[in-house]
Design a protein around this ligand. Structure first.
Ligand code: SAH
Ligand code: SF4
Ligand code: F3S
Length: 460
């Protein structure tokens, strides 16, 4: 049974936010966000709570009175980075009494908590992924009482609603529709840090998206570790949710991340095919092209099933494009297995490939597997995959030249205010010279050339 945190508990947290605001502290905050979009969305809620408490966002960490590290455990290098940053803050804490908060997936790992207790005494507040909504209470106690507040829950996880949010992006809004994961891919730490899979109620999600449309958002990104196992009710799945969101006036672009290939059912494909708003670029994490490796990763599909799924989606959604995640150097991966991965990459012709070198995670099943691959072989395979994928992305971009593309104009380019920037329905960045009145509008442009990071267009 999935619990919903009672309204009274959230109201209690609003009382703490008010109490802190009434202290009139005039302090500033800075949040470091690592990891995935779910973490980014959590940070938006942490920022929402801090704003409600009367704090303002600092432009740099050195100007901040409260620093929150919202951490990620997915790969070792992500973890190491945080400890480096924590070290840098020690002096600042001594000089201006900065309050240091440690949150996110790393907080859910016992060895991390041990390490912090032992060697990082500068951390004042530590909370996990399950009790983010209790941050105001912890911060209030830290401000008004002596001591440290470390609180991490080892539970399956709950759903909580109604926490304030300060959105980082003014054009695209992230909406977490579910949390946790039950898949236990053998390499992955997420099921341990985020708990069991749990879906928000359809009416809460729909109300949030309607509110976003009223605020002027035209794009939403639906988030979850495995969105197509969303279950809002016994008779309400991801396809139902997509089709209900598709009807909300004002929302023109709907994206979602990530679907799991093993749960990508026909009803979802049909909704995508018939929708005008659902983005036709689908992130479909492959992880490996070898059926043997996929089995040992516990992914629940074979190479052939993945390719069949791609074909099935292409048949129903002709203009679809795919992006993917791939891990190289999983334990036991032979040269032949790796060739299978390259084969799938060639056959699917991905728009973009996010590549990762396998990183051992404590407590996962793969940690104990035999056949760990030496670092130099992992990097050599990584380079080969990168070369193939880069070449294909380059070829893919060439296909756009001369075509007319519908784009949503997002704003001025970061590097040149004369140039506007937008994205195609397949998520390609298009830069073009145009009048600023076009910002926020959907227009057609002709693609004239392709560059490493973007396509160049002209208005028609
Ligand atoms: N729920 C998503 C993945 C979230 S993690 C899914 O199932 O697709 C994002 C990506 O990080 C994964 O797709 C995987 O490619 C990569 N990843 C996860 N664990 C990893 C590990 N131990 N080493 C290297 N890459 C990893
Ligand atoms: Fe990790 Fe697999 Fe769950 Fe994705 S589906 S979060 S890779 S366990
Ligand atoms: Fe990282 Fe946690 Fe996301 S481990 S990828 S922040 S769910």
């Amino acid at each position: 049974m999935i619990n919903t945190v009672p309204k009274e508990e959230i109201e209690k947290q609003y009382e703490y936010m008010k109490k802190i605001k009434d202290l009139g502290l005039e302090k500033t905050y800075f949040i470091y966000t690592m990891g995935c979009k779910l973490n980014e969305n959590d940070s938006e809620k942490i920022a929402g709570m801090l704003t409600e408490m009367g704090f303002t966002e600092a432009s740099t960490v050195s100007d901040a009175d409260i620093v929150v590290y919202n951490t990620c455990s997915i790969r070792e290098n992500a973890e190491e980075k945080v400890f480096g940053k924590l070290g840098e803050l020690k002096k600042q804490k001594e000089e201006r009494g900065t309050i240091i908060c440690f949150a996110g997936c790393m907080s859910q790992e016992p060895h991390v908590i041990e390490k912090i207790k032992k060697s990082y005494s500068q951390v004042d507040i530590l909370f996990g992924t399950h009790n983010i909504y209790k941050f105001p209470e912890m911060l209030y106690k830290k401000i008004t009482e002596e001591g440290k507040w470390f609180d991490v829950w080892n539970i399956d996880g709950e759903i909580w609603e109604g926490v304030p949010i300060k959105r980082a992006d003014k054009k695209s809004a992230s909406v977490t529709i579910m949390n946790g994961c039950n898949n236990f891919c053998t390499y992955c730490i997420v099921p341990y840090t985020r708990g069991r899979e749990r879906s928000r109620k359809p009416e809460d999600i729909i109300e949030e998206v309607k509110g976003l449309a009223e605020e002027g958002y035209r794009e939403v990104m639906l988030l979850g570790q495995n969105v197509n196992s969303y279950k809002g009710r016994e008779d309400y799945n991801f396809a139902n949710l997509l089709s209900d969101i598709d009807q909300i006036p004002g929302i023109d672009i709907i994206r979602f991340m990530s679907p799991h290939p093993k749960d990508f059912k026909d009803d979802v494909i049909d909704v995508i095919a018939s929708s005008k708003h659902i983005c036709k670029v689908i992130h479909l994490p492959l992880q490996s092209g070898s059926s043997k490796v996929l089995k040992s990763m516990n992914r629940g599909y074979t190479k052939e099933q993945y390719l069949e799924l791609v074909d099935k989606i292409r048949a129903k959604v002709p203009d679809v494009a795919f992006t993917t995640d791939i891990i190289v150097g999983f334990p036991g991966e032979t040269e032949e297995d790796f060739e299978d991965t390259l084969d799938v990459v060639r056959r699917v012709d991905f728009e973009q490939v996010f590549m990762f070198i396998y990183s051992v995670r404590k407590g996962t099943r793969a940690e104990k597997m035999e056949g760990h691959i030496p670092e130099e072989i992992k990097s050599e395979r990584f380079s080969r995959l990168k070369e193939l994928a880069d070449g294909m992305v380059d070829e893919g971009n060439k296909k756009y030249i001369g075509t007319i593309q519908k784009i949503l104009v997002e704003g001025e380019s970061k590097t040149n205010s004369e140039v506007l920037t937008g994205r195609t329905t397949t998520n390609k960045i298009v830069n073009f010279v145009g009048d600023k009145s076009l910002i926020g509008k959907e227009i057609e442009v002709r693609i004239v050339s392709q560059h490493v990071w973007y396509l160049k267009g002209e208005t028609i």
